[in-house]
Write a protein that binds this ligand. Structure first.
Ligand SMILES: [Fe+2]
Ligand SMILES: [Fe+2]
Length: 429
């Protein structure tokens, strides 16, 4: 497992942990949202006469109720310490009415403390300006509280679902930095700003963080595009480099392209991740780079090779390994592995080293199938192209001896795609 795969695995694990947490938050958010909304709506529409009387009372009425029951009706302001406005007032609870009053006061404080007290007092100011009444009833306060909690939960659900979809992108190994993601975040930041009605501080913090992230994502997308361009140029250079090799031998440049595409299809079918698949596609183009070191007379000899000549040809994987030895980068590293391994056989009878089974790299085993299939179906100086069906059967016959059985299985499953690519990139007659 190379460095980038390890990093990817870590990202995948972290991403999945976050997704689980976000999903839990989402589910809790949905439950809270639905239940508070239901509670608010129920209380709002229940006929007043069914509700407990206190809920229909304004807070002052309620206070007055406690006051009159305590048999002291001359003063309005000093009847009980629980009605004190100071936060630190310790309630003196001497009877059940006091306890009830204290509970009601808590409701009002709770409503005020989560921020929608602003909405409540706004409505109260409106009502008293219009001369209707001075304050909201407990029922109305509870309705406002329910709606506020419900809306707040909705925001959290939206926020966590957007984050969840981003985590999904990350853990699938796709690119997180896209213009689309940046736009999504920007829309989300505006949504966060709406929370200002309920919680100005939270709202502003969420708004700023989300906005900053949206710009970071946009910048990331820009950098990604630049990197893509560089790798496109690199890809073209590698392709042309590989074509030079193939043109040196009697094969056409299309051999390189076909082997690359076949290898890609097989790797995909074997379930390798996207990045590894695209690396195989590119690195496989250099599998025969060592042929640059083999004299053209041997490579292009129209007749059967002598034993010595064949021994020379067999050196091309080793030459390729040497040529690519000091080149840096993941793709080049893999190209070296493929150059060295593409003529090995799983039964150990291949060359140059006679490696067997899993000692041969997965990529080497894949390219071996792609390379032989293409060699069989192409014209060579010493042979005519085989019929594709015959070549297909030849590959299946080599399963478990010349070729890796899993690779052959993948080749078999995707043969239709491979065959249509063969026609698409056919050599000109
Ligand atoms: Fe080769
Ligand atoms: Fe080849």
């Amino acid at each position: 497992m190379d460095k980038s795969q390890k990093a990817k695995k870590k990202i995948r694990i972290i991403g999945n942990v976050f997704r689980v947490i976000l999903t839990i938050i989402m589910v809790i958010g949905i439950i809270v949202m639905a239940s508070t909304a239901l509670m608010g709506i129920t209380i709002l529409f229940i006929p007043a006469d069914i509700l407990p009387e206190d809920l229909n009372a304004g807070f002052t009425d309620f206070i007055a109720g406690v006051h009159s029951s305590s048999d002291d009706d001359d003063e309005d302001d000093d009847y009980s310490p629980i009605l004190s406005d100071t936060e630190s007032a310790t309630p003196v609870i001497t009877n059940s009415e006091d306890a009830e009053a204290y509970f009601k006061k808590m409701i009002k404080e709770l409503i005020g403390s989560i921020g929608n007290g602003r909405v409540a007092s706004g409505i109260e100011i409106g009502l008293s300006t219009a001369g209707v009444r001075k304050e909201l009833t407990i029922k109305e306060l509870i309705v406002i509280l329910s709606i506020a909690i419900s809306l707040f939960s909705l925001m959290i659900v939206i926020y966590s679902s957007v984050l969840n979809s981003m985590m999904k992108t990350l853990s699938k190994g796709e690119r997180p930095f896209t213009i689309k993601a940046a736009k999504k975040l920007r829309r989300l930041s505006i949504l966060m700003l709406l929370l200002i009605l309920f919680e100005p501080l939270t709202s502003l913090v969420l708004f700023s963080v989300t906005l900053i992230f949206s710009y970071l994502f946009e910048y990331g997308a820009y950098l990604q595009e630049k990197a893509d361009e560089t790798s496109r140029i690199q890809e073209e250079m590698i392709m042309s480099f590989a074509e030079v090799t193939e043109n040196k031998s009697e094969q056409t440049g299309k051999h390189v392209r076909r082997v690359a595409e076949y290898s890609k299809i097989i790797a995909e079918e074997m379930g390798l991740d996207e990045e590894r698949v695209s690396k195989i596609r590119l690195a496989s183009t250099m599998h025969d780079i060592g042929k640059l070191m083999i004299p053209s007379e041997i490579l292009e000899k129209p007749a059967r090779l002598t034993d010595d000549e064949f021994a020379e040809i067999k050196k091309h994987p080793g030459y390729g390994g040497k040529l690519l030895n000091n080149v840096e980068g993941d793709v080049m590293e893999l190209a070296k592995t493929i150059a060295l391994d593409h003529h090995e056989r799983v039964d150990g009878r291949g060359y140059p080293e006679g490696k067997s089974g899993n000692y041969i790299s997965t990529e080497g085993r894949i390219v071996a199938v792609a390379d032989v299939y293409d060699a069989l179906t192409s014209k060579r100086s010493y042979k005519e192209p085989w019929d594709h069906q015959k070549a297909y059967e030849e590959i299946l016959k080599g399963s478990g001896t010349q070729f890796d059985a899993d690779v052959v299985e993948a080749f078999k499953k995707r043969y239709d795609d491979i065959n249509s690519l063969r026609q698409k990139y056919a050599d000109e007659a």
